[in-house]
Design a protein around this ligand. Structure first.
Ligand SMILES: Nc1ncnc2c1ncn2[C@@H]1O[C@H](COP(=O)(O)OP(=O)(O)OP(=O)(O)O)[C@@H](O)[C@H]1O
Ligand SMILES: [Mg+2]
Length: 236
């Protein structure tokens, strides 16, 4: 049966749509078949040409049920559902149907306070830093803020998706046939994290032919989240 991954969160503009498309592209690059599902009534569907995944329009309640029911019947496929900001009821519904839930947040106190509330509301969800600073000083400051504010949730914190100007290509109606290497690498990296959480193993020989193998051995622990997990527990 297919896995459903939902990208949700109460704050707008955190990068849900960009992350959903990057994740699907990364899954495609790793040989996994996926569908990126649009639920945001304010947005238009994007052209599937040149993408390594399908796109589905589920902007109405009926369409969402139909699309997710269909995805569920496709063995070894993945459905990535792009939520919309500020829609708690919809987020609850998506959370209820998901095998994995991602809550993107940016480097701001407001985003972090919101993601803390979402982590409380959605106890199976993982927080993923997005649009993360790449400048060494800014990155250090951002990681310090995360360590201070998100320590109680460190086991549910994923590695960041860095700020990458090319990421806006994913939200163009049509994407270029060849994506810039840093974007492809970032997409693969986020897909690896997700496959790891879902315990889906990529057979590297088969990557490209779309053959998943379950379960997957734990990958080497990544840096930021691993560094936080190594810290002694702080009082919540
Ligand atoms: N990794 C990134 N690097 C640089 N810019 C990014 C990245 N991710 C998202 N952005 C930019 O941030 C803005 C908001 O992104 P996006 O539309 O994906 O957020 P969203 O959470 O889906 O917003 P909404 O709540 O309106 O649905 C866009 O301009 C997008 O290009
Ligand atoms: Mg969006």
């Amino acid at each position: 049966m297919a896995d459903i991954i939902c990208v949700i969160g109460n704050k707008g503009g955190t990068g849900k749509t960009t992350l959903s498309h990057m994740l699907c592209q990364g899954l495609g690059l790793l040989g996994q078949r996926s569908v990126c599902v649009l639920t945001d009534t304010w947005r238009e569907p994007l052209d599937p040409a040149s993408r390594r995944y399908l796109v589905a329009d589920a902007r109405s309640r009926e369409a969402l049920t139909k699309v997710t029911d269909k995805i569920r019947t496709l063995p070894a496929w993945m459905g990535v559902i792009d939520g919309g900001g500020n829609r708690t009821e919809m987020d609850r519904k998506l959370y209820g149907m998901a095998d994995l839930v991602l809550l993107p947040f940016r480097d701001s106190h407001e985003d972090i306070r919101t993601v803390m509330r979402d982590l409380e509301m959605f106890p199976r969800a993982y927080a993923i830093p997005t649009q993360w600073p790449t400048n060494a000083w800014a990155r250090e400051a951002a990681e310090k803020t995360v360590q201070d504010m998100l320590a109680p949730y460190r086991d549910r914190l994923l590695e960041p998706v860095f700020s990458l100007s090319a990421s806006k290509l994913m939200l163009q109606k049509e994407i270029p046939v060849a994506l810039p290497t840093p974007l492809a690498n970032a997409a693969r990296s986020v897909a690896h994290q997700v496959l790891d959480l879902l315990q889906i193993s990529i057979d590297h020989a088969a990557a490209g032919s779309g053959v998943p193998i379950k379960p997957r051995a734990a990958m080497a622990a990544p840096t930021m989240a691993a560094a936080m997990r190594a810290q002694p527990a702080m009082a919540a």
